[in-house]
Design a protein. Structure first.
Length: 521
């Protein structure tokens, strides 16, 4: 039996796989190429007849060798790439001909990670079928522009509305608007949308909470290994100038850049990514830009002023985020005690270097954790880049009276003899219920304990999407977070709520970077 749905542009035909209907590769905007490069996305063009929606659309142009980023839909990474990549995918229990508003299902919209330069909505780990089966929800994943095509910011590329950069963020807003306008036809509730994402996807969700154009498009937000990370226009222009130089061009000229092949932009991005002189634990060439228009001010400032008031927040990090990135840097594998202070001072110049190192050393000794220079560096970087920024967002949203829940993921990967620990992205297959896949099990491990942890996390995410509270019977009560008790749900061999985990290290960050420190715009 066919399921055909009419959307903007025409009709699409889905496919049933087991208990779940899926609709893949649905365009939510035109191909942003040529004169539409570095412009906000435009409505999709119409098509004739019924469009087959049984396979994914092309992914955004990218290098598939970006460290820390898995292959997209297929294990061999063979998906076609194209600037015509603005499509989304839907998994739903059913597409009823009629469905009363009261019977519509919660909607979960996933924004993929990949450092804003890689990744795709069709990554095999991100298939929404298991969440649909477990929670009677509608799951959506969307592609967005990446790298220079998605986040190149320069005043010479400013459009008529004053927008600079953020083209990939514009895409995400367009996808959310499409969901608002069409998801009821797929059995979803446009009034109960949860946007969730990990890494750059988590950064994106955080930014969207402070983006005026995204206001009202989602009711809840889940930020995995995220927090607010943005560039000023000046920082974006430095990256743009380096990219132009890598292309062998004299200036950042729109007419010239519109004709540069996408593959050349991807190659130049890889060059720029290796030569970033700015401080940082994991510097990224591209980030959302506070352009004074689409992002009028720093998103955290906007959130502190109530931009996301009424949006429930679930946010958290993994204990050892940076190990996944550090293992790709041979110099870090040989890091010694003499070199550590130099790296720390370069990456966190506002922090007291020796005190920071000693605080981490003693706290980790007290917990019988490794204190070699490499382990200390990864621990400090994890808190700097991910955990403390996540807690800043939690504090800002809590101050607005929103329900806020914080987690800490501590399950350890068996890969590479356990060197990764509880690394970046490890929680994602647990959330999506993908831990049964043999390739994934090399990363997550396997067995009853893995399955139980995945079920705990899936049902917490599903409960949050449904009601705004991630508590459920198997997990128990999940207390809301506040800056004083910092009640946190720990997921690992022993899952449960604890107050202020790893507060010793966090207290030093708070001393120098208070939770409510003024944020520049």
């Amino acid at each position: 039996m066919d399921k055909i749905v009419t959307v903007a542009g025409g009709r699409v035909r889905g496919v049933q796989r087991g208990e779940v209907w899926s609709f893949s590769g649905i365009p939510y905007a035109q191909a942003p190429e040529g004169a539409l490069r570095w412009r906000p996305p435009q409505p999709p063009r119409s098509w004739d007849g019924v469009r087959d929606a049984s396979s994914f659309g092309p992914i955004a142009p990218q290098s598939l060798s970006v460290p820390g980023i898995g292959s997209p839909a297929d294990l061999d990474g063979s998906e076609p790439q194209s600037e015509d990549c603005l499509s989304l995918n839907i998994w739903t229990p059913d597409v009823p001909e009629t469905l009363s508003p009261a019977s519509r299902r919660p909607v979960m919209v996933w924004i993929h990670g990949g450092g804003y330069t890689g990744g795709s909505a069709s990554n095999f780990v991100y298939r929404g079928g298991e969440l649909v089966r477990q929670g009677d929800v509608v799951v959506v994943t969307c592609n967005y522009r990446l790298g220079a095509l998605g986040f190149l910011g320069h005043r010479e590329l400013r459009d008529a509305d004053g927008f600079i950069g953020n083209w990939g963020l514009h895409d995400q807003v367009a996808a959310l608007r499409w969901v608002r306008d069409h998801i009821a036809q797929f059995g979803g509730d446009p009034g109960n949308v949860t946007v969730f994402g990990e890494s750059a996807g988590g950064f994106s969700v955080s930014a969207l909470m402070g983006t005026p154009g995204a206001a009202g498009l989602f009711r809840r937000a889940i930020v995995e290994s995220g927090g607010v990370h943005v560039h000023t226009v000046e920082e974006a222009e430095r990256t743009a100038d380096r990219l132009v130089a890598a292309l062998g061009l004299a200036a950042c000229d729109r007419t010239t850049l519109e004709s540069v092949p996408a593959a050349d932009l991807v190659a130049a991005t890889a060059v720029v990514g290796k030569r970033i002189p700015d401080p940082g634990m994991i510097p990224l060439p591209f980030l959302p830009v506070v352009d004074g228009s689409f992002l009028p001010q720093h998103p955290l400032t906007a959130i502190e002023q109530g931009a996301a008031s009424g949006v429930d927040l679930l946010i958290g990090t993994n204990r050892d985020e940076l190990t996944l990135f550090g293992l790709g840097d041979p110099s870090l594998l040989e890091l010694d005690a003499a070199s550590l202070p130099f790296l720390v001072k370069h990456a966190a110049p506002d922090m007291p270097t020796e005190e920071l190192i000693e605080t981490y050393r003693q706290a980790r000794l007290d917990r019988s954790e490794t204190v070699d220079p490499r382990g200390l560096w990864w621990a400090m970087g994890t808190d700097d880049v991910f955990r403390w920024r996540s807690l800043q967002l939690a504090a800002a949203q809590t101050a607005q009276g929103a329900q806020t829940f914080v987690y800490l993921f501590e399950w350890e990967s068996p890969a590479l003899g356990g060197m990764l620990g509880s690394c970046h992205a490890l929680e994602v297959p647990f959330v999506f219920g993908a831990v049964g896949h043999p390739a994934v099990q090399l990363f997550t491990g396997s067995g009853p304990e893995v399955d139980t942890l995945s079920a705990l996390m899936q049902h917490a995410w599903l409960a949050f999407a449904r009601t705004g509270d991630p508590s459920h019977q198997a997990l128990g009560p999940w207390p809301t977070w506040d800056p004083t008790t910092r009640s946190t749900m720990v997921f690992g061999h022993q899952s449960g709520a604890v107050d202020g985990p790893r507060n010793t290290e966090l207290s030093l960050w708070e001393e120098h970077r208070p939770l409510f420190a003024p944020i520049g715009s």
